[in-house]
Design a protein around this ligand. Structure first.
Ligand code: CAA
Length: 258
């Protein structure tokens, strides 16, 4: 589509795919590129024909970070007054599930973008890391927060304070990514997962995502309370009757998303 310069978008059934496409800069996440990602995410979130979203890069890089060249010469006042990277938070408002299909470098902001997705599939050669410390800065798009929640304090400290990279296999062992796959299978499998999720009743999918995300914000007691209320609310859906009736009658459910 002509309306984007640094991303490609195409749908695979009900899965909306966003491919980062700034290969010469290893998909460095310039403000422009990120605004395009946000725009595509918002369009897919509003599109009734799309149920899940996949974000990917290419075999060399998912994304090698925020665009370092954009930071040259910027002062504290510049970044503070313009809320530099503020628009990176948009992805957290997307209601539909977002899956990251990661090959190659997922460094700095690239790792943070992947961690902002709901599920990460990684290729065997994927390389993760938060190397910002080597630039005299720190992660600025949730890296210190999401990494510690995903892999625990000691490993997160080791990675962020040393700037050392880690492998896809390590990321999987530590629980940051849910699957490691052959390089040429990552995107296909992410799309397949997206299609599987898209084949279910979407209000319950969105409720499940919302409830899991509350686990990062609330105490266990409050989180379980939130979950129970949401669980009750799903009993207002036709799809709840459909799903349970289909089970009882040993037939396949026909979802209407209502
Ligand atoms: N920003 C801007 N340009 C980048 C970039 C980045 N994050 N990463 C790579 N590029 C550019 C390079 O400048 C180079 O461009 P030129 O051909 O014009 O010189 C091109 O992409 C190819 O990169 P390399 O020649 O460096 O490729 P390589 O294979 O030798 O090395 C690499 C690959 C190890 C990933 C290396 O590019 C690298 O270290 N990149 C920077 C990684 C990094 O520090 N990321 C954190 C950024 S800060 C951040 O993200 C803040 C935040 O929390 C939001």
């Amino acid at each position: 589509r002509k309306d984007y310069h640094d991303i490609l978008i195409e749908s695979h059934g009900k899965v909306g795919l966003i491919t980062l496409n700034r290969p010469k800069a290893l998909n460095a996440l310039s403000s422009h590129l990120f605004h395009e990602i946000n725009s595509a995410l918002e369009k897919y979130d509003e599109d009734p024909n799309i149920s899940t979203i996949v974000i990917t890069g290419n075999e060399r890089a998912f994304a090698a970070g925020a665009d370092i060249k954009e930071m040259v010469g910027k002062s504290f006042a510049d970044v503070y007054k313009t809320a530099f990277l503020g628009h990176w938070g948009k992805i957290n408002d997307i209601r539909k599930p977002v899956i990251a299909a990661v090959n190659g470098f997922a460094l700095g902001g690239g790792c943070e973008l992947a961690m902002s997705c709901d599920i990460i599939y990684a290729g065997e050669k994927a390389v993760f890391g938060q190397p910002e410390i080597k630039l005299g800065i720190i992660p600025g798009a949730g890296g210190t927060q999401r990494l510690v929640r995903a892999i625990g304090k000691s490993k997160a400290m080791e990675i962020v304070l040393s700037g050392r990279n880690f492998t896809a296999k390590e990321a999987e062992q530590w629980g940051l990514v849910s699957k490691v796959l052959p390089v040429d299978k990552v995107l296909d499998e992410a799309i397949k997962l997206g299609q599987e999720i898209a084949s279910l009743s979407q209000p319950s999918i969105q409720a499940a995502k919302e409830s899991i995300n509350r686990a990062f914000e609330l105490s266990l007691k409050e989180g379980c309370h939130f979950e129970r209320k949401l669980f009750y609310s799903l009993f207002a859906l036709k799809d709840k009757e459909e799903g349970i009736d289909a089970f009882v009658k040993k037939r396949d459910p026909k979802w209407t998303d209502e």
